[in-house]
Design a protein around this ligand. Structure first.
Ligand code: ARG
Ligand code: ZN
Length: 868
């Protein structure tokens, strides 16, 4: 493979194999921030201790910083002894082994639109240092294996910046002359630079506290923009739940007496775990049931938990280099998933997580940006905050947990924490600790999970010997991607299976596939079935795809016998897909359709069924779901088929749906988490009924858009998304007028409108960008419009290519402002190869056109992968 080279012929890639320890240690850092009207003066003193005695040079990372002066131990370094390049600073001829390097620099947060380093959001100065943002604030060995103790002084005008925050504890606070004030923060725990944070601005604080298990009082402060105070109770209770859970489950206690959270309007991602000063995207803090849906409430609780859990998995034990990113992210996702499973419904949570992984990670892994959980190279690390690193990383830990059993897992985990506390560790070291006292699993073989990319495929075949009462299951594994040499090695794959002998007799087992081909033999199987029925990967026990010899007849039986939520929903999905595929081929299979509809009716009639599960079973796949799994796809035809199916099912299930509607209506007012299953189901029912041309239901749904439950309001709004009728406009206007001054909520309105197909052209979408309430600096709004348009609006796929061209223009424009958001979004084109003509050529042409422009390195790296 040809590696891209830069002008000097050096490979642009950073590689895992090139890892080298830094020549110096930097045990202490003193930073001084003087915030002025148009710039911030940053003076940094780094205490450097030479490790590599052979070096006389020092190279530090630094981008877009104006250097005023440099000193070593208070003596000025003359200009000829240092060199500032675009991204670094090189100082030569350093004779001392231990010294204090003082750098006086100036940065301009107001001009920074990338939302990396130090920037301004609604008048508030804030920072985002992960992964490599610190170097835009000051010069430093900006890599996670350099751990330092930080002391930070911040000085600013009292009126403009009344609140001044950084990591750790407050050491001192003073009023200065000229209406200015200063504050000094000290963080006792050494940390890498990516965990540094600073916030300055007009913020209100909501206070609470938590008593830890060893009776220590932790002050909790949540900082929000003026007027947002009433929306923080959910965040506070989520944080306290998380603190308690980590003590109970992992025996991990919070280690400082202060925990701050700040909510920021303009934020690239969800949130950031800076030591004791978590910074969040406002939409993941500000919440109550009037403004936030049930799903969002659960997500917010999960993200707050996630960032809090990083305090141990990420902060106290950090990553040696960015190839180890999943060490903290995969593990912390695993922990936040466990948390949500424990505080809500574990079966539903497992179903949701499996669905998310299969929809997003599998899509990524079958496309051009597919990469191992431990990538071997990268150009721009920000491009690797992916669902593979996060969610597949978590799945690998879930398997590890399953393989070694709970007792060993938690023992290994504590050993890992105590061994690497205050240090930077690797994924290898983590796996070794978990497997330390286990003889059955070879760590070397297990670690192949981290090096493979692509979704592994497992095949099953049953061999039934009725006379001997013996069932043999032949299993084999393979990986569809051949380029990566590790993909040829067998993985260790835990398989949860159930053998159904008849309705009342089920055998549940976990078997472990360790080689390419393996046989599992089960004896004394007494079955009345022609051949015992087997379900595989129950609870989605491994992140793989599989194929078996189960017939459709048998799949109907699975829907009768199975209890596992994941398997039920997966089986239903197989039917939907089959039905859609036949219709796309213009050969509808009415026999299967009718039998499937009868099965759905029996699910609806079953009064014991979990209603979230029922909603899942009644949800016809969306375009995005189908898109991620098909080849040679004709997008407009898919949209049409899905609409047809909604119409058909809505019509055929009408009577039962109405019956269910009545049954659940009385529970809709319950306070979250109560009533959430009912509310989830109602959206599914509304959507189906609307698609059945039911006029009566329309006025009923419209009443809910003004409801004091945001879940119901949005359900009402969204169920109209693909129904072309005057009521759709009415409902949209009601929502807009009610929420136009709440930017977090209004994003849902932008999203809804981006899904509406008013005409064949993109004019209506452009109107959203022209709306007075559109804030071009807000990634949330940008994502709300762009993502919805490309996944839920068929206009994007207009046959003349105008939708693609339109989006290309947006990509080019917004890449200049915010490369992180655009480099992620551009993956919408990554499956162009799976489209039929003319879509495929139109997409390819568009990508080529985009490539001709001056783009950010982030976006360029992704585009290069899409068209090699
Ligand atoms: N560590 C953060 C989290 O997962 C994500 C930060 C991502 N930032 C970035 N620039 N890629 O909680
Ligand atoms: Zn994280």
């Amino acid at each position: 493979m040809n590696k891209p080279k830069n002008q000097k012929g050096i490979s642009k890639y950073i590689k895992l194999e090139d890892y080298k320890v830094f020549d110096y240690e930097i045990p202490e850092i003193f930073m001084d921030f003087v915030i002025n009207k148009n710039a911030v003066n940053v003076t940094t003193k780094l205490k450097l201790v030479k490790k590599n005695k052979n070096t006389k040079n020092l190279i530090l990372d630094g981008t877009d910083i104006l250097i005023k002066k440099l000193f070593i131990d208070d003596s000025l370094i003359e200009k000829q002894y240092y060199k500032q390049q675009k991204n670094n600073l090189k100082i030569e001829n350093i004779k001392k082994d231990i010294f204090l390097l003082k750098i006086e620099g100036i940065i301009k947060p107001k001009e920074n639109t990338s939302l990396l380093g130090m920037y301004e959001s609604n008048g508030i100065i804030t920072t985002q240092c992960e992964a490599e943002g610190f170097r835009r604030i000051s010069f430093h060995a900006d890599r996670p294996d350099i751990l330092s103790k930080y002391t930070v002084r911040i000085e600013a005008d009292k009126n403009d910046y009344p609140v001044l925050l950084s990591n750790g504890n407050v050491l001192k606070e003073n009023n200065l002359t000229n209406n200015r004030h200063e504050i000094i923060w000290e963080d006792p725990y050494p940390k890498p630079s990516y965990l540094f944070a600073l916030v300055a601005g007009k913020l209100n604080c909501v206070k609470d506290n938590f008593i830890t298990k060893s009776n220590k009082k932790v002050k909790i402060n949540i900082y929000v923009e003026y007027g947002d105070e009433k929306y923080v109770q959910h965040a506070i209770s989520s944080l306290k739940k998380s603190m308690k859970w980590d003590e109970d489950k992992y025996n991990l206690e919070y280690d400082l007496s202060l925990f701050n959270i700040v909510a920021i309007r303009h934020f690239n991602m969800g949130a950031m775990e800076n030591k004791s000063l978590n910074i969040f995207n406002s939409k993941l803090i500000l919440a109550n049931s009037e403004t936030t849906t049930d799903e969002e409430l659960e997500r917010i609780e999960g993200v707050i938990a996630h960032e809090y859990f990083h305090n141990w998995t990420g902060n106290r034990v950090t990553c040696r280099d960015w190839f180890q990113l999943s060490l903290k992210e995969g593990l912390t996702v695993f922990r936040d998933q466990q948390f949500t499973a424990d505080v809500h419904n574990s079966e539903i949570k497992r179903l949701d997580d499996a669905k998310f992984l299969r929809r997003n990670q599998f899509r990524e892994d079958s496309g051009p940006t597919s990469h191992p959980v431990m990538p071997e190279k990268y150009q721009e690390i920000d491009n690797f905050y992916t669902t593979t690193i996060y969610e597949k990383g978590s799945e690998i830990i879930r398997m590890l947990n399953k393989l070694v059993k709970d007792e060993n897992f938690y023992k290994g985990f504590s050993n890992y924490i105590s061994t690497y506390d205050g240090k930077a560790a690797t994924i290898d070291q983590f796996v070794d600790k978990i497997l330390e006292h286990n003889k059955e699993i070879d760590p070397k073989k297990f670690k192949i999970w981290y090096k493979q990319n692509g979704t592994p495929k497992v095949k099953f075949k049953r061999i039934w010997d009725q006379t001997d009462e013996k069932l043999t299951i032949e299993a084999s594994q393979s990986n569809p991607i051949k380029k990566n040499l590790y993909n040829d090695l067998p993985l260790i794959i835990p398989i949860n299976l159930a053998i159904f002998c008849d309705e009342n007799k089920t055998i549940e087992k976990t078997v472990v596939l360790k080689t390419k081909k393996q046989e599992f033999v089960f004896r004394n199987i007494r079955s009345h079935l022609q051949i015992p029925l087997v379900t595989y990967f129950r609870e989605f026990s491994s992140p793989v795809e599989w194929e078996s010899d189960t017939t459709f007849e048998e799949k109907f039986l699975i829907l009768r016998y199975e209890k596992d939520f994941f398997t039920l929903s997966n089986t239903v999905k197989v039917f939907y897909k089959k039905i859609i595929l036949c219709r796309l081929d213009e050969k509808p299979d009415h026999k299967i359709e009718n039998k499937f509809i009868s099965t759905l009716i029996s699910f609806i009639k079953n009064r014991d069924i979990n209603l979230s599960l029922l909603s899942e079973l009644l949800s016809i796949p969306t375009f995005a779901e189908i898109e991620s799994e098909m080849e040679n796809l004709d997008p407009l035809k898919i949209y049409k088929t899905i609409d047809e199916l909604n119409h058909l099912f809505g019509t055929k299930l009408k009577e039962e749906l109405y019956f269910k509607l009545q049954e659940i209506e009385t529970s809709l007012d319950k306070v979250w988490p109560e009533g959430k299953n009912e509310r989830k189901l109602i959206e599914t029912i509304w959507k189906l009924l609307l698609h059945s041309d039911d006029e009566e239901i329309k006025s009923k749904i419209i009443n809910y858009v003004d409801s004091n439950s945001m879940t119901l309001a949005k359900a009402a709004l969204n169920s109209f998304s693909r129904i072309n009728c005057p009521e759709r406009k009415i409902i949209s206007n009601i929502f807009f007028n009610k929420w136009k001054n709440n930017s977090v909520v209004l994003d849902s309105w932008f999203s809804f409108n981006a899904s509406i197909e008013i005409d064949e052209k993109t004019n209506s979408i452009e109107k959203l960008f022209e709306n007075t309430y559109f804030d071009s600096k807000s990634p949330n709004t940008l994502r709300a419009i762009l993502n919805t348009f490309v996944t839920r609006n068929s206009t994007f796929h207009a046959i003349d290519g105008s939708g693609y061209k339109y989006i290309a223009k947006k990509i080019i424009d917004f890449d200049k402002l915010n490369p992180i958001v655009i480099s992620r979004f551009i993956k919408v084109f990554s499956r162009y190869n799976y489209y039929s003509e003319p879509y495929k050529s139109n997409m390819l042409e568009t990508i080529k056109q985009i490539k001709k422009n001056k783009l950010s390195t982030n976006t360029k790296e992704v585009l290069d992968a899409i068209i090699e």
